[in-house]
Structures are given as C-alpha cells and as structure tokens.
Design a protein around this ligand. Sequence first.
Ligand SMILES: [Zn+2]
Length: 243
Amino acid sequence: MGKGYRGKLCVYCLEAEAEDGDHVLSRQFVLPEHRHNLPKVPACKRCNNEKSKLEHYLTTVMPFGGRHGDAGRILAEQVPGRLVRNERLCRELAAGTEQYLVSENGGLWEPSMTVPLDGRALEGLFEYMTRGLAWHHWRLTFGPGFVVRAAFLSEAASRLFEGLMARNGERVNGKLGGNALDYEGVKANDGKGLTVWRMSLYRAVVAGDRGGTGREERSSTSHCITAPKNWPTTAKFLEMLGD
Ligand SMILES: [Zn+2]
C-alpha cells in the first residue's frame, strides 16, 4: 500500500509528506461494484483524518437525500450499519426527519424526505475534492496565497459564478462511482490558479435559509472556486458568501 504516493507532498495542506493515496471520492460513498478507478491523490495522515471525519458523517446523512441511480441501494444496504455505530447521529436524524411528497417535472407523486444537514461539512468536503481533482487533472496545488472555497450559492451569487464558468479555459468533467459525484471544472488560461467548479453529490438537494431572510433556497449543485487571495474578484466573491 502507499506505493507511488508515500513521501510526495500532501495535495491538501502542502505541508506534510503523504502517507498514502487518498480517494478523492471516498469508496464509502459508492456501491462496491462502482469502486474501481476512483481518482487518488497523495495525502498526509492529518488531512486524511480530517477528511475522514467529514466522510464519516456525510456517508451516513447524504444517502437520505440521494437521487442518483444507486441511491436506493446505498440507503438500504450501507446506511443502517453506519447508524448502528453512531447513536447520537441516529437520534439527531430521527428527530429532524420530515416526510413529504414530491413530483418532479409533472411525474408521479413520490414519497421523499428531508434530514438535517450540516451544510458546512459538505462544503468542506467539496473543498478537499476541489484540491484533489485539480491535482488529479492538472497537477495544480493551492498554497497559502489562495482561497479554496465551496458553497451552495444564492441565485445572485450563482449567476456571478456561472459567468466565471462560461469563460474560456480548459474544461474537465466526470461522473465518479456510479454517478455518486458529478462534477465539472474550468481552469482559466492565464496560469494564475483560477479554477471554478460545479459539484453534486448523489444529486441530493440541499435547502437552506440564506442570510436569515426566511426565504428557503434549494440546490443540488455546489460551486467551488480557487483563486489568488489578493484578487478584487476573490474579495467580492467571499463577501457574497458572508465570509
Ligand atoms: Zn496534508
């Protein structure tokens, strides 16, 4: 194990030597038959542990909102065992789960549910994935002079972002692990480290009350940006996120 990754610089923190390769999309998000060919990147022990904590939580919670092809089986086959091992989370989910009926594009009414989600945990995982995918596709890394920030955006911020995504640049996309992760990324041609991404995990819809306006916005897509900290656009973007 670890061949080819051990001793390289960790792509997440750029501070420590990698102990092993980390699956950018954890195998735990995916049914066993779709676990082959998941991209791996060099990662140190500390980053691996920090990312694992997010994965531990999200592999238990996200399947409840899953809408991709494997969603039903993941919820039925993989989640019960994880809930047994995490009593506190189990109670939290039981208390916060709501059932409702949903009809998509005029189709049949189908039962669905919402569960409480720590959205910042999912954004945090997307930030790791952005670093991982940028290295996987372009061997790009982002040191302390860069912002790497993922967010489920309001409509206004989303428009700003889609404008950035539409610009000319090198494009990559992928559907990993039986469509568990669907992503698209664009790298600006100027070589200064601007990349923008769309990501969706399980096509799950995440709802939130933005800025305490009482208006709920729903999205299945998170955006992520990597950009030099000292750019005016970066500051404007972070301001829109309330950072
Ligand atoms: Zn690290």
